[in-house]
Every structure is written in structure tokens, then in C-alpha cells.
Ligand binder design. Structure first.
Ligand SMILES: Nc1ncnc2c1ncn2[C@@H]1O[C@H](COP(=O)(O)OP(=O)(O)OP(=O)(O)O)[C@@H](O)[C@H]1O
Ligand SMILES: Nc1ccn([C@H]2C[C@H](O)[C@@H](COP(=O)(O)O)O2)c(=O)n1
Length: 227
């Protein structure tokens, strides 16, 4: 496997919300025995901390201070990954819609992104790392040997989220979910700081109509070809 400056290799998986990045990143990390970085969780934790402090979600200086001072940990509890904020298990809280929306605002702040940069790079460890997010291949790990940009149509992503929430017993309208997805896509793509975009050397993979196993097999094929 190619390594830059003797650094452990990184496989980056970027793409819009609901494209399946988190699912594929987790399966791939398990398969390869690599560490896993869910970078979105860092923005969600920052957003939750900001909401709890009733911070102004447009005030970059305040949000940057919150991101800089975040007391967070990731642990595995009963085989499940847990996110802790100030030693409280907030795994479910950071997935709530209010936090999703806040995370997308917080993530647009250049100071917040700068504050979280080194924390993300610190996840790189032997034998390797799978990192999922929006700017893993462009900004956080530009030297990654394998970069994937995973997409799916907005309608398909809304249907996936709808099924996921229905399974959890959460009642939502497909139309509202589609609107939310489009709003988050627009915010993630149009922001000035590290917008959602494929790296020049990323391989784009459209997962519309391909099941999880099918996507995983294509990604594994790419990893084999490029490492
Ligand atoms: N190829 C696929 N076919 C069908 N369902 C899928 C596929 N990939 C993922 N899913 C399902 O879609 C939902 C969203 O997937 P996931 O959370 O991995 O997306 P994501 O890109 O990480 O989203 P976010 O950026 O919002 O965290 C999950 O319920 C997952 O099981
Ligand atoms: N590298 C990243 C990761 C995430 N974000 C933003 C995008 C979302 O609005 C929010 C939560 O991410 P998710 O858990 O849905 O993947 O954080 C980002 O800007 N950069």
C-alpha cells in the first residue's frame, strides 16, 4: 500500500447526506481492520454543544471557541460506537433533526473548520484509516491514496432516510425529508469554506439503485486497484 511520508494510508469517502458514506466507511474499516473517522460527528458534537449553550449559530468566533474547547470522546460500548460530550453519551442526541440542521450551519464557519482540522488528522493511525465526510479528500487528507466521492439522487437519499427513520419508529413525511436534504446539499455545496466537492483525483460512484453490498464490492475493487 502506498504511504506518504511513511504515514498510514487513508481511504476517504466524501459525498452528500444520505449517500451511504457512513455505512460503507464502517463496513470497509471493519473489512480492512482500519480505524474509522466519522467527521460529521465532530460537527454534530460542536452543534450540540452550541445549542446547549444557546450560542448564536452565525457567530464564528463563539462557535470556534466552542469547537476549540470541545471535550469529546468516541468509545465502543456493547459493540456500538458511542459519542461522548463532556462524558455524557450523546450518540442519539447528535442524530436528531435539530442537531443535523445546526451542524450544517456550524460546518459553514471557517473558524470551526480550522479548529477541527487537527482533531480529524489525529485519527490517522496504523494500519490505516477510513474517513468519511465532505472534505476528507480535498482538505483534511489531500494525500490519501484512495478517494471516493459517493453520490445518489436526492430522491433516493430521501427514501433511504425515510426507511431508516420509519424503522426507528420516527414519523416523518418523505416530502419534508427531500426538502431537508436539498437544503443541506445547497448549504454544504455553496459554502466558501471547504465546500462539498469531489477531489480532482477522486473516483465518483453513483449508488442510486445499487444495494449496500453492491457498493461495498465496488469500493473494495477500487481499493485493490489503487493500493
Ligand atoms: N446503497 C444503498 N442502498 C440502500 N440503502 C442504503 C445504501 N447505502 C446506505 N443506505 C441506507 O441509507 C441510510 C443513510 O446511509 P448513511 O447514514 O450511511 O449515509 P451518509 O452518507 O453517511 O449520511 P450522513 O452524511 O447524513 O451521515 C441508512 O439507513 C443506510 O442503511
Ligand atoms: N467533513 C465534514 C463532515 C460533515 N460536514 C457537515 C455536513 C453536515 O451538514 C454536517 C453533519 O454531517 P453528517 O453527519 O450528516 O455527515 O456536517 C462537513 O461540512 N464536513
Amino acid at each position: 500500500m502506498s504511504e506518504t511520508d511513511n504515514q498510514p494510508p487513508v481511504i476517504t469517502i466524501d459525498g452528500p447526506s444520505g449517500s451511504g458514506k457512513g455505512t460503507i466507511a464502517k463496513l470497509l474499516a471493519e473489512k480492512l481492520g482500519y480505524a474509522l473517522l466519522d467527521s460529521g460527528a465532530l460537527y454534530r458534537l460542536t452543534a450540540l454543544a452550541a445549542l446547549e449553550r444557546e450560542a448564536d449559530l452565525t457567530d464564528d468566533a463563539t462557535l470556534t471557541e466552542i469547537a476549540d474547547g470541545l471535550d469529546i470522546r468516541f468509545e465502543v460500548c456493547d459493540g456500538k460506537a458511542a459519542a461522548l460530550l463532556e462524558s455524557r453519551d450523546v450518540t442519539d442526541d447528535i442524530r436528531r433533526e435539530r442537531v443535523s440542521m445546526a451542524a450544517s450551519k456550524v460546518a459553514a464557519m471557517p473558524g470551526v473548520r480550522a479548529a477541527l482540522l487537527q482533531r480529524q488528522r489525529d485519527f490517522r493511525q496504523p494500519p490505516g484509516l477510513v474517513a468519511d465526510g465532505r472534505d476528507m479528500g480535498t482538505t483534511v487528507f489531500p494525500d490519501a491514496p484512495v478517494k471516493i466521492f459517493l453520490t445518489a439522487s436526492a430522491e433516493e437519499r430521501a427514501r433511504r432516510r425515510f426507511a431508516q427513520l420509519r424503522e426507528k419508529g420516527v414519523s416523518v413525511s418523505l416530502r419534508d425529508l427531500l426538502e431537508d436534504i436539498r437544503a443541506r446539499d445547497a448549504r454544504d455545496t455553496n459554502r466558501a469554506a471547504s465546500p462539498l466537492a469531489p477531489a480532482e483525483d477522486a473516483v465518483e460512484l453513483d449508488s442510486t439503485g445499487i444495494d449496500i453490498e453492491g457498493v461495498l464490492q465496488r469500493v473494495l475493487q477500487l481499493v485493490r486497484e489503487r493500493t
